[in-house]
Design a binder for this molecule. Structure first.
Ligand SMILES: C[S@@+](CC[C@H](N)C(=O)[O-])C[C@H]1O[C@@H](n2cnc3c(N)ncnc32)[C@H](O)[C@@H]1O
Length: 588
């Protein structure tokens, strides 16, 4: 019988344990029931709770059964009425306490169904499962919800195919606002105008069990998270692309889809690849699964458990890398909880007394009674931890931002060292200047960026769907160190090149930031020339053995952004080579 007691204990949460419902259950070590069973019971019962609260109160169950708490009554009534019965031996005290009232509970349940306008139990279940009973509430006060963004995976299917299968019967909306306020899981969709193959659906549409989702034909990916791969604007001439921080792989598979779409149009013989680095071994397994499910495995080479910072830019392995997507670990401050916090409406223990007092009097039936009665006690349960990778903590925010931005700058500057790279996107799901524009300005001021000619991609040169995006970079005074000398004319251009998304707006996005960097072909050629010279020199000195790249230290010089790119490109390449050899010598 531990199932109901354990579920009730999780819900009562007397220890005030933090975190999502899922993490609270899965973190408990001494459970007798399976965590999956507990999670399912609680989430299912919560969907029915508005109905069951009413049913339990009308029966006066809690006044008669003193052994039952409101939570226990709700969980047991749920299994008795909408499942196959209570999962306990026939003589168990809890089972007896609920089954004694089965006839009255069933009768009230039927009345609730009919009041809500459902002729069959099946139809009633369907409405409850898809949030259809929320309609009464939402009519009086429309709630704006974060949409469910669905990227159609063009490696496996097309938008047209998905509209006629997975989304058959859905009506097209001309703009996003009806999606944001759609009650329950209304069958309406919006085709995104900025990102190709992206569809917005009402928040509560549940496609998790659809064949398309399970088969990798559609991928749940927030609109903003689709910006980096699209902004990179890959062409067949760009060669390979590195995803430097890849797991779980949303952007990796997006890149693969974009490359694949162009493959048919390309006359180049060499096939482009996505090289996906993921430092964390556990997250690598998620990445590999996602890549396979999306049918991207022939295009993606997963560098699992490998640190991008340790990748040697001059290595032959990366000689075709013309583009790099960097989406490093960040504070996650832009992430929107997937509006899937659930509410559990609990029955009022006093309701039985009122029922007894009122019994015998003719009750006026309200045919139009709301299917979601007002609740006196409601539990709100977060379903998922909203920050999947890192957990932001307010108290040490400034320290954390300093550490994160130092790492982000380091990884971005490292990407700028790949000799053939001519495009980079840098993104975070953070709202903080320090991790966003702050990193961009510091990267531009780095010796590597200046010597290699990196600059931000101007708004007017951005890919069609994003040059029209209005929300651009912001400036915050006194956030950059004094060594960064940003001159005013340049500041405006750089900020205009940066793209921001805010959460909770009519755009329906999470909080996000992305900037693209580019450099001219002359700089790329000059880098390659430097590399050839350095190799020749090294061969002459007889020290051309394989080296392990240890990266530059964090103390890499940062120059003022006003400095013009140097003409002495070959020399600068030599300097870097020497420095690299120096580092190697020190560590070997
Ligand atoms: C924000 S997540 C990336 C999300 C991913 N781009 C997507 O859209 O699905 C950052 C990932 O980078 C990984 N990471 C952090 N530093 C790394 C490094 N130096 N090399 C490779 N992976 C790294 C983290 O383990 C984490 O999985």
């Amino acid at each position: 019988m531990s199932l109901y007691y354990e579920a009730a204990a999780v819900l009562a949460n007397t220890d005030k344990t933090g975190g999502s419902l899922k993490s609270r259950i899965y973190r408990q070590k001494d459970l007798k029931s399976s965590p999956a069973q507990l999670f399912a019971l609680i989430t299912e019962a919560s969907k029915w709770s508005a109905v069951l609260k009413d049913v339990i109160e009308k029966c006066g169950l809690l006044a008669e059964e003193k052994k039952l708490t409101p939570i226990l009554a709700l969980l047991l009534a749920h299994d008795l009425l909408s499942k196959n019965g209570v999962a306990a031996p026939a003589t168990h005290v809890l089972k007896l306490a609920i089954t004694r009232h089965k006839a009255r509970l069933s009768a009230e349940f039927t009345k609730a169904r009919l009041r809500a306008g459902y002729a069959t139990l099946e139809a009633f279940k369907q409405a409850v499962n898809t949030g259809g009973l929320d309609a009464g509430q939402e009519e009086s006060q429309p709630v704006v919800r974060h949409p469910r963004w669905v990227r159609v995976n063009t490696l496996k299917t097309t938008v047209a195919e998905q509209l006629s299968t997975t989304l058959a019967g859905y009506e097209k909306s001309a703009d996003l606002s009806p999606i944001l306020t759609a009650p329950g899981s209304s069958k309406v969709y919006f085709l995104d105008p900025n990102i190709p193959n992206l569809i917005a659906l009402p928040s509560k549409v549940d496609l998790t069990k659809s064949a398309a989702y399970l088969g990798g034909q559609i991928i749940f990916q927030d609109k903003a998270s689709c910006f980096p791969a699209y902004l990179l604007n890959m062409t067949p001439e760009d060669g390979d692309v590195i995803d430097g921080c890849a797991a779980p792989g949303n952007k990796t598979t997006h890149l693969a889809a974009i490359i694949s779409e162009q493959r048919s149009e390309s006359e180049l013989e060499r096939e482009q690849k996505v090289i996906a680095f993921e430092r964390d071994k556990v997250r690598t397994s998620t990445l590999s699964k996602m890549v396979k499910l999306a049918s991207a495995d022939t295009l993606v080479s997963v560098k699992g458990g490998q640190d991008f910072l340790a990748a040697q830019p001059d290595s032959d392995r990366y000689k075709h890398v013309g583009a790099i997507l960097l989406d490093p670990s960040c504070s996650g401050s832009g992430i929107v909880g997937r509006d899937d916090a659930i509410k559990m409406h609990l029955p009022d223990p006093q309701a039985g007394e009122k029922v007894k007092a009122g019994r015998g009097k003719k009750r006026k039936r309200d045919q139009k009674a709301s299917s979601v009665p007002e609740s006196s006690t409601t539990l709100s349960l977060e379903m998922e931890d909203s920050v999947p990778e890192e957990t932001a903590s307010d108290d040490k925010l400034s320290e954390r931002l300093t550490a994160l931005s130092a790492f982000q700058l380091r990884i971005l500057v490292h990407a700028m060292r790949f000799p053939k790279a001519r495009k980079i996107t840098y993104s975070t799901c953070s709202i903080h200047f320090e991790e966003n524009e702050g990193v961009v300005f510091q990267a531009l001021a780095s010796a590597v960026a200046q010597e290699r000619g990196w600059r931000t991609l101007k708004k007017e040169h951005q890919v069609e769907g994003l040059k029209t995006w209005k929300n651009r970079g912001v400036w915050e005074d006194d956030k950059l160190g004094e060594e960064i000398d940003v001159i005013d004319e340049q500041k405006g251009d750089v900020l205009d090149a940066c793209i921001r998304c805010d959460k909770g707006t009519e755009d329906g996005t999470m909080g996000f930031f992305v900037a693209a960097f580019v450099r001219d072909e002359a700089f790329v050629q000059s880098d390659l020339y430097s590399r050839l010279q350095a190799d020749a020199q090294a061969a002459k000195e007889g020290s051309n053995e394989e080296e392990e790249w240890n990266g530059f230290s964090d103390e890499d010089t940062i120059h003022a952004t006003s400095t013009a790119p140097t003409n002495a490109k070959a020399e600068s390449g030599q300097r870097e080579k020497k420095k690299r050899r120096g580092n190697h010598n020190k560590t070997s």
